[in-house]
Design a binder for this molecule. Sequence first.
Ligand code: G3P
Ligand code: MG
Length: 458
Amino acid sequence: MRGSRILGTAFARPNLTALTSSSPSSSQISRRIRSAASSLPRATQKHVRSAPFSTSAGKTGSLSRSNDRESRQYSTKNPQAEAPPFAFAFDIDGVLLHVATPIPGAPEALKFLNENNIPFILLTNGGGKHETERVKDLSQKLGIELTTDNFVQSHTPFRQLVGGPDSLREKTILVTGANAEKCRLIAEAYGFRNVVTPADIIKAHPEVFPFDPLLDTVYTATARPLPKPVFTPGSGMNLKDALKIDAMFVFNDPRDWAYDIQLITDLLLSQEGYVGTYSPKNGDAALPGCGWQQDGQPQLYFSNADLLWSTGFHLPRFGQGAFQAAVAGVWRRLTNGHELQRRVIGKPYSETYQFAERVLATHRHDVLKSRGHHEPGTLKSVYMVGDNPESDIAGANDYQSEAGTEWSSVLVRTGVWSPEHSGEKAIQGRFKPKVIVDDAREAVRWALKREGWTGPSL
Ligand code: G3P
Ligand code: MG
């Protein structure tokens, strides 16, 4: 287990497998991604379909370009000139915004890139709104035009679980988050057909939570009738007629931790996901893992592992990773120390970077093509500009691009990490950025210089 370095508190990093039950090969992942493509935005569909990018052999090789960067004359405005082989991925919280307030220099940097047709995406561990709504909101706050073609948030890759061999389209899933009703609407927009929220269950069966629910008014206002009743022992009810949850998703930071942890844990202890049941395998020492999570219980998905994130407050605040730690802590206590089996995506995990790279490569292709570059060439380097060593920096450093694209991690001083607060100890090893700069604008300036950019200056 690796401890969190920002505040030195131990935070277990779960050993994660890819997004499906058994860890699939990359060709299986691509096949599943392709088959799930239909519900994605056009740009994302296109990137799913197009074959992985291969570095153009013999063209200065992706990483050893430092010596010839200076000499390269490329332009985004003159289609005759070579298209720039680099692009950006910007984190949001702590880099572009503090919650709703733009961070000085950030809107200017994005505006400059847009004006000079230098492709970029926004890659955030945030979530809780549908991509279209969040993009509209961000465009307004940052004063620049953004589209869902260059935007990836924590739960965007969950779309891929709608289709494919392990399709959850017709299954019953439980979703929760800051506003579980909104998360339900997002999941339905992704294509999930049977989505239940904690409100639906507590309104139908208040006895599942013996305390006055914190969000009772919200639950009353948003609860829908359950697709099936909760199993009640002694009622003569047949199990197959009872409510069964096939997967659980945490879309963003829950608000009612107490009830959400009770419900999630109930399902992890259940028989095959039937709400209100208890698996006879639990704690059976004769079984692997003492029988915990060995009885077809629903998969538990988290979209973001951030323990801390940067808001307007002068100290970082707890994120979804703290909720995950609380669930895992209760589970360890319940099971005499067994590790909670769960799936987590978002930065720093490679699935999210792979997904983001494909979105960026397609968006870049479209931007440059639309500017007359018939041969946009390959995407050789991406600058990941982030404020969190644990997610943005470690993720970019660890990511092995299937297309051979070099990901460079750029740490800004406007967010979670700060020299005074977390200091050098938090940026060692895989958390060590390629460079530390003051803010997003300086990050772009540093990268343009490194790339030998000769166009207008920021
Ligand atoms: O909840 C959002 C937070 O974890 C961080 O978001 O944009 O910094 O990746 P971001
Ligand atoms: Mg951030």
